[in-house]
Design a binder for this molecule. Structure first.
Ligand SMILES: [Zn+2]
Length: 255
């Protein structure tokens, strides 16, 4: 029964490319016909086994219901081209170098949301696994939406201001002519408004200023006791909060 409910949740969430659904308990499959989506809380233990099981249709590899990665198809190429993937990006990264990761996550209202990220193909399995572990722990993320929904590279600031978690974005490191690891799908920014970039008195995004003070850590803020920090560093990623000349608390990367 729980499996069926879980599948219904995923179908409902996937029907709208981006969406969240409140849940209440108890709820059964019969409630799915009502206009309000209700379902029981997910089982905190991972079922079925998260071992990868490829399915042939669109090249996806599923590690758990709602958690899979796959090559970029024509639909997603159309969504990113000219935005996070400008015409000149192909000199440094091809579509084949990237994968799209589909996940579920909790938001700060306790709703389960559909999310997607574009990352380097070789990092996609571990990124899917990390977000699966965050989901099992009900780790709050405001949204996990492609930066293209905010206008691509120009939308970077809007995405950060919206506290949106994202990865691939073909751009330079701010203030330099060096490609960012985001441009290669090798960096992820988590809850960026609550985990801002801080250099001296400069805080980005602007509405992240209250979170520049890291002496009080709330859920969704990253420090060394945080689950994000633990999961990413276990997989060999480095954290921008460990940098010396500036702090980028939202940022994890793996070269
Ligand atoms: Zn970053």
């Amino acid at each position: 029964m729980r499996r069926i409910i879980s599948l219904v949740i995923i179908v409902l969430l996937c029907a709208s490319a981006v969406g969240c659904a409140a849940f209440s308990e108890p709820a059964g499959i019969e409630t799915s016909a009502s206009p309000t989506v209700s379902f029981s809380a997910p089982d905190p233990t991972p079922t079925p086994s998260p071992s990868p099981s490829p399915t042939p249709d669109d090249g996806r590899t599923t590690i758990a219901p709602g958690f899979y990665f796959k090559p970029l198809d024509d639909e997603i190429k159309a969504r990113i081209t000219g935005l996070s993937y400008p015409e000149d990006a192909q000199d440094n990264i091809t579509y084949d170098d990237l994968n799209v990761v589909n996940i579920l996550h909790y938001n700060f209202e306790g709703e389960i949301c559909f999310g997607e990220l574009i990352v380097a193909a070789d990092l996609a399995p571990e990124v899917t696994e990390i977000f699966y572990q965050l989901y099992l722990a009900e780790y709050p993320l405001t949204s996990v939406i492609l930066i293209d929904e905010f206008g691509g590279s120009e939308g970077d600031r809007a995405s950060m201001t919206a506290n949106n978690t994202s990865a691939f974005n073909y751009r330079l490191v701010a203030g330099t002519d060096k490609l960012s690891n985001h441009a290669l799908g090798r960096a992820i920014d988590i809850n960026p408004m609550m985990n801002p970039y801080v250099k001296g008195s400069h805080v980005s995004p602007k509405n992240g200023e209250p979170y520049a003070d890291r002496s009080v850590i709330q859920p969704g803020m990253i420090d060394k006791n945080d689950l994000c920090y633990q999961l990413f560093t276990e997989h060999g990623w480095t954290w921008g909060g460990d940098w010396k000349s500036m702090k980028d608390y939202q940022h994890f990367e793996k070269e």
